[in-house]
Design a protein around this ligand. Structure first.
Ligand code: AMP
Ligand code: ZN
Length: 665
């Protein structure tokens, strides 16, 4: 076998496994074996770059970064759909099209209307060329790099099909995958995504395709657009698209009459709640492609198709009680406890009330009859109060004044929607929450210790804060419920091992309000040690890259607290990494300390990003715009003329790439 044949056969084999796994949901190889083959292909392609191929399975793991998505004009406009809300609306639509066609001989396809982001995939000569978002229907963004990472999309359809075509479909995030993403975010102290639809469309515009590859996105196809007249009906074209590898949902149905359309509507009105992804309606299309052509389009939608929208499910129930939850940062969330009621296939007992303003705005009171809705959001919400059913004795809700857990008086700072419990060190859910955050994967990543055990350890009085973890012994934890000697040992050695976690993660783990993963990285880089951070002044803090007033104040609050100082001192004694390691300081100097650079134009010896990194590694600061504070402009080719004028006006020194390199060497 030649190298080329070997590469080709590996590609086909891997494509096949991808298809079986991601489209048919039927794995035909173990993950490990798949990886081995993929690595082998990767190696061969690297050694033989002449055979590299953008549609190779190796291109699906991500890696490429898109800074600016290119705007592309659609070859065929992407229309909206007209909506209908009742069977009468559908009957009217049928009348209209039959009049337009001059015949009552019409058949339909019925499809689910998927709630995600629409996408247009272009194929030429049977090969994937590009993927473009709907945009305004005339023009969209080229998101090909990100789309390639969605493995259920065939890059080279396999079998008899048209050869030049567009496939239209919806990028969706299945509910399970969405929930899993949110669990991880919660664990990391990040805010939850609101709904699968926005998260799916947001994913397409991520700059880093590796990030996209990690998300459980899927693509369901519903339209073949081609000038090749191979198929007579829409249904037939979709069935064939499925055969060559596209994920065309099995739920599509051919309806020979409008009554059969109604059957489909009735069925899915109930059954949709059992689907693994969200739908907000049904799409009915004239099946005959010739008839579609005759009917054509209005200014915004095809005449040959119509969407039928399900009613957002709503029920009325009684609000029994308003309770308050305390998060790890002390933030209070009011929760409506409802008389249990069936809604959209699940029993609803609770709904989020968001904050005090929301309660006041809707004038929600205990014993009210409230309308609960489950729309795009996973967590049901209260949308209105049935005032006609309000008991006479009813009184306006007075928002909690004290913490439900520790009874401390709540505070609310100007401009904050939420109330907070300020009793950081004495409030149980805050104590537990902070330790849970400390041990989480993106923080100290402590194996063998879970969230529930943390709560148990706290209840047993064994830990009060994260420093206490490092005093735990195997002997102490063995008597705990469900704790075998082996798992006790795992836990203690997991804690021990966390002493090697690098400083930036330790800093994130401390749970300082507003210091998330990225901010922690920036702080670690700028200040190099916890001591420098704890002793920094407000001015010094806001001088660091991307540190604003709010974060700076929060750090000051943290570091002026005696309990925190004591905790940090203990962590130091235990040997945690509280400064950046000498290794990562290699190649770093302070020669550019205090100097602010603006980088503009195109460079030759290093990329723009490398240049920026070199500035920061040597202690300088990179700013995106020229101001009085700028010391140097590193100018490459094609520096913008307006920048040049501004620089000259302000008398800022302009240096070349070579000048800069000389400077740091
Ligand atoms: P609208 O955004 O309400 O105008 O509806 C049109 C959009 O519905 C299209 O751009 C698609 O993204 C989406 N859609 C979802 N499922 C289908 C389907 N089966 N057929 C056509 N469009 C669909
Ligand atoms: Zn409290």
């Amino acid at each position: 076998m030649t190298i080329q044949q070997k590469i080709q056969s590996l590609k086909e084999e891997l494509n096949n496994h991808n298809y079986n796994y991601y489209v048919l949901d039927n794995a035909t190889i173990s993950d490990v074996d798949f990886d081995i083959k993929l690595k082998e292909l990767e190696k061969l392609e690297k050694q033989n770059p002449e055979f590299s191929d953008p549609n190779s399975p190796t291109q699906r793991v991500g890696g490429a970064i898109t800074k600016n998505f290119k705007t592309v004009t659609h070859k065929n406009r992407m229309y909206s759909l007209d909506n209908s809300y009742s069977k009468d609306d559908l009957l009217d639509w049928e009348k209209r099209i039959q009049k337009g066609l001059g015949t009552t001989e019409t058949q339909y396809t019925c499809e689910l209307k998927f709630d995600g982001a629409s996408i247009n995939l272009t194929y030429e000569n049977g090969q994937f060329i590009k993927a473009v978002t709907r945009g305004d229907g005339f023009q969209g963004d080229d998101v090909s790099t990100n789309i390639r990472t969605i493995k259920s999309i065939p890059l080279i359809p396999n079998g008899d099909f048209v050869s030049n075509f567009e496939m239209r479909g919806e990028i969706i995030l299945p509910i399970d995958g969405f929930n899993k993403m949110n669990e991880e975010r919660l664990e990391n102290g990040e805010e939850e995504y609101r709904n699968p639809r926005n998260t799916a469309s947001g994913s397409l515009k991520l700059q880093d395709s590796t990030e996209v590859a990690k998300r459980p996105l899927d693509c369901l196809l519903y339209q073949v657009v081609t000038s090749e007249r191979k198929y007579k009906t829409h249904f037939e074209s979709l069935e064939n698209a499925r055969k060559v590898g596209f994920k065309v949902p099995e739920t599509i149905k051919l309806a020979k009459s409008i009554d059969q359309v109604f059957e489909f509507v009735n069925y899915w009105d109930v059954e949709r709640h059992n689907l693994p992804y969200e739908t907000d309606g049904i799409v009915i299309k004239v099946n005959n492609l010739q008839q579609q052509e005759e009917l054509g389009y209005t200014a915004k939608a095809p005449r040959w198709a119509i969407a039928y929208k399900f009613k957002a499910e709503q029920v009325a129930t009684i609000l029994n009680e308003i309770t308050y939850q305390v998060g790890r940062t002390g933030a209070i969330t009011p929760v409506a406890n409802l008389a249990p009621v069936q809604l959209a296939g699940t029993t609803v007992k609770r709904a989020s009330l968001h904050n005090a303003d929301q309660i006041e705005k809707l004038d929600i009171r205990v014993n009210d009859t409230v309308f609960v809705e489950k729309g795009g959001e996973i967590i049901p919400k209260i949308i209105a109060v049935d005032l006609t059913k309000r008991p006479e004795s009813s009184k306006p809700t007075i928002y909690a004044t004290n913490c439900p857990e520790c009874n401390t008086k709540l505070v609310r700072t100007e401009g904050d929607a939420k109330h907070y419990c300020p009793n950081e060190f004495g409030c149980a859910p805050q104590i537990t929450g902070r330790i849970q955050h400390f041990i989480s994967r993106k923080a100290m990543d402590i194996d063998g210790l879970g969230g529930e055990t943390v709560d148990l350890l706290r209840k047993e009085g064994l830990i009060q804060n994260y420093a206490d973890l490092y005093d735990l012994t195997v002997k102490q934890v063995i008597p705990l419920e469900r704790m075998a000697e082996k798992s006790a040992q795992n836990m203690i050695s997991g804690i021990e091992k966390s002493k090697e976690i690098p400083f930036e993660k330790v800093l994130f783990a401390l749970g300082i309000r507003f210091v998330g993963e990225t901010v922690a990285k920036k702080l670690a880089k700028h200040f190099k040690s916890i001591d420098n951070i704890m002793t920094a002044t407000f001015e010094e803090l806001i001088n660091a890259d991307e540190i604003g007033d709010r974060i700076a104040q929060s750090i000051l609050d943290f570091s002026s607290d005696a309990t925190n100082i004591q905790l940090i001192n203990r962590l130091k004694e235990y040997g945690l990494q509280l400064e950046v390691s000498p290794d990562s300081l290699k190649n770093q100097t302070n020669i550019l300390q205090g100097q602010v650079f603006v980088v503009s134009g195109v460079f030759h010896q290093m990329s723009r990003n490398e240049l920026k990194k070199a500035i920061e590694d040597n202690g300088g600061k990179v700013s995106s715009s020229i101001s009085k504070k700028t010391n140097f402009i590193v100018a490459g080719d094609n520096m913008g003329p307006s920048k040049l004028i501004k620089a000259e006006d302000l008398g800022i020194t302009i240096i070349t790439e070579q000048d800069f390199i000389d400077k740091i060497n």
